[in-house]
Design a binder for this molecule. Structure first.
Ligand SMILES: [Cu+2]
Length: 104
């Protein structure tokens, strides 16, 4: 006889597994001193991955938050932990700007 408690626990585990499987990686390419796309949408738990195709280093920097240096021809990733609207820029090239909307 399978208890109701067991069935509930199984359902909860299934939900968690499904949720994890939905986390996505969103790629932003850095090319010729620009983030492309410059405006992206993510959910909490998603990873944003910057791919630097330039021969020089860049960063993805947000005030009071993450600050990633992305060396030439390398990548850097950050998991989005907070919902909200985030402007970011490149520390080395203040004209390089991006925006991320993170849904809960
Ligand atoms: Cu830069």
């Amino acid at each position: 006889m399978v208890s109701k408690g067991y069935l509930l626990a199984t359902a909860v585990v299934a939900l968690i597994v499904t949720d994890t499987a939905q986390a996505e990686t969103i790629q932003v390419t850095i090319k010729k001193l620009a983030f492309a796309p410059a405006d992206i949408h993510a959910k909490v738990g998603d990873t944003v991955k910057w791919v630097n195709t330039d021969p020089i280093a860049h960063s993805a920097t947000t005030k009071g938050g993450w600050d990633l240096t992305i060396p030439p021809n390398k990548t850097a990733s950050e998991v989005m932990k907070k919902a909200g609207e985030f402007n970011y820029h490149c520390r080395f090239h203040p004209n390089m700007k991006g925006h991320i909307t993170v849904a809960p």
